[in-house]
Design a binder for this molecule. Structure first.
Ligand code: SF4
Length: 467
């Protein structure tokens, strides 16, 4: 019977099936971060040991202030203890660990693919909802709760109910100045923040396969913002080339066997998905969100919607409430919205290609508002330094920080001033996400840099010299 890629990976990981519909799945690889302390607490309080520390990787990302080189530099005692606790838990459990002084540390969803921890066909979990990122390599990857983290730590397995399947096809490549971030924002705007609820989404079509590996990660990262359980893209030659030679990717004979297996993973012709959605790549423009949900996205050339033109009364009130929080009048052209600050980083857009795209816009220009750039990992930071991107940002008046989650979640001191407006490359624009009353607009790295040098949302395709 023809199978989807998800079904093939699911079937390969089944350990046990219960009559109530729950299935016990084997977990190939597990990622931890400094917010995984509850999992460790449960494990330790039950007197259990981690079953497969060799299949567990971790790095402190959420609580690390991105101006702190070491534990001693973290002035806030609560944040310092969060990172120190992870240091201790990691050492005691014996996982692969990249602390603040490691050249491999970073946001776990950036270092996973970077180190070859993420591979096609594997099942990967982490106590963080944006674990969907790793599906870009053809893995079944998703976020889990604290009690599930403890279960994985103790057993290397996880009980799950099988999700439905959905395919989102983007036909035709996107145009100049349009990126993977714009593709996923356009998808979420089309299907809504609940459009993929209960489904594992496979992204397909020439508009997806033409994307770089890093853009594919951005797309899968935000699957969760459409309610999807996981996002995935079939492995192809680009995926295989990306994995080759990475530290935890197979080597020698194992590499050839792995590649042969990966080539069997793409969805069979004739396989049926529970839901299908199609978009045209040529119709997608650089996107900007105007509201308090990632589904509130429009092209930069459009205007903020008018709630009065919405026929559904519930939706009308949602738009009204979002515009009130965002301090925006209905009908305002997006390009006329002034921005107070810019944040470039996160597991969505903190990779080297993202920094290159932002630096290409910043080069030779000056930021007219505050702008912060946070690499997603230490290897990304180092690569950016080697390419001179850090100096481009510094010369343009951008702030250049150390790797971490930083102003994506603001669990540290990188919160923005109340009531201010941010152009952010992160993945969530919820009320208060970046600080009390802070108004977050989601954009691509190039669009964020364009806002930094103009002070308002600007169609990056129209910036002089940006060709
Ligand atoms: S960068 Fe943001 S979304 Fe990504 S793991 Fe960190 S806090 Fe979560």
């Amino acid at each position: 019977m023809a199978k989807t890629m998800f079904e093939k990976i699911w079937d390969a990981h089944v350990v046990l099936q219960r009559d109530d519909g729950q299935t016990l799945l084997y977990v190939d690889r597990h990622l931890c971060h400094d917010g995984s302390f509850q999992g460790y607490y449960t494990l330790n309080s039950q007197g259990r040991k981690m079953r497969r520390p060799d299949l567990t990787w971790g790095s402190p990302d959420h609580y690390r202030p991105t101006d702190a080189q070491s534990l001693n530099d973290i002035s806030d005692p609560v944040l310092r203890e969060k990172v120190a606790l992870f240091d201790r838990n990691a050492a005691e459990s014996g996982i692969h660990y990249y602390g603040l002084d490691s050249k491999k540390m970073g946001v776990v969803h950036v270092i996973g693919p970077e180190l070859g921890i993420t591979l096609p066909g594997i099942m990967l979990v982490c106590g963080d909802s944006h674990t969907a990122t790793h599906g870009a390599l053809g893995a079944f990857a998703f976020g889990i709760g604290a009690s599930e983290v403890a279960h994985v730590m103790a057993t290397q397995t996880l009980w799950q109910r099988k999700p439905k399947t959905m395919r989102i096809t983007v036909n035709g490549e996107v145009g100049f100045g349009v990126t993977g971030k714009d593709v996923i924002l356009a998808i979420i705007a089309k299907i809504s923040a609940a459009g993929a609820a209960g489904h594992v989404v496979e992204f397909a079509g020439s508009g997806i396969t033409a994307l770089s590996m890093e853009e594919r990660m951005t797309v899968c990262n935000m699957t969760i913002e459409a309610g999807g359980r996981a996002g995935m893209i079939a492995p192809d030659d680009k995926t295989i080339a990306y994995c080759k030679g990475r530290e935890f990717a197979p080597k020698g004979d194992k590499w050839a066997r792995a590649v042969a297996y990966w080539k069997t993973l793409p969805t069979d012709a004739g396989a049926v998905f529970d839901k299908e959605v199609t978009l045209n790549g040529a119709d997608i423009a650089p996107m900007v969100t105007w509201g308090t949900s990632p589904e509130n996205g429009v092209p930069v050339t459009a205007a903020v919607p008018d709630p009065n033109s919405e026929s559904d009364p519930v939706r009308r009130e949602e738009i009204r409430g979002a515009l009130e929080y965002m301090g925006l009048a209905a009908g305002t052209p997006v390009a006329e919205i002034a921005v107070d600050q810019v944040y470039i980083g996160s597991c969505t857009n903190g990779r080297i290609e993202d920094l290159r795209a932002a630096a290409a816009v910043a080069k030779g220009r000056k930021a007219v508002i505050a702008a912060r750039v946070v690499p997603g990992s230490e290897p990304v930071r180092q690569q950016a330094v080697d390419e001179g991107l850090d100096q481009i940002f510094i010369d343009a008046g951008f702030e250049w920080r150390l790797p971490g989650c930083a102003s994506c979640l603001c669990l540290n001191d990188e919160v923005f001033a109340p009531g201010t407006r941010t152009a952010s490359t992160s993945n969530r624009n919820f009320m208060g996400r970046q600080g009390e009353g802070v108004r977050t607009h989601l954009v691509s790295p190039a669009m964020a840099a364009a806002a930094a040098v103009t002070g308002h949302f600007t169609d990056v395709r129209t910036l002089e010299g940006n060709k």
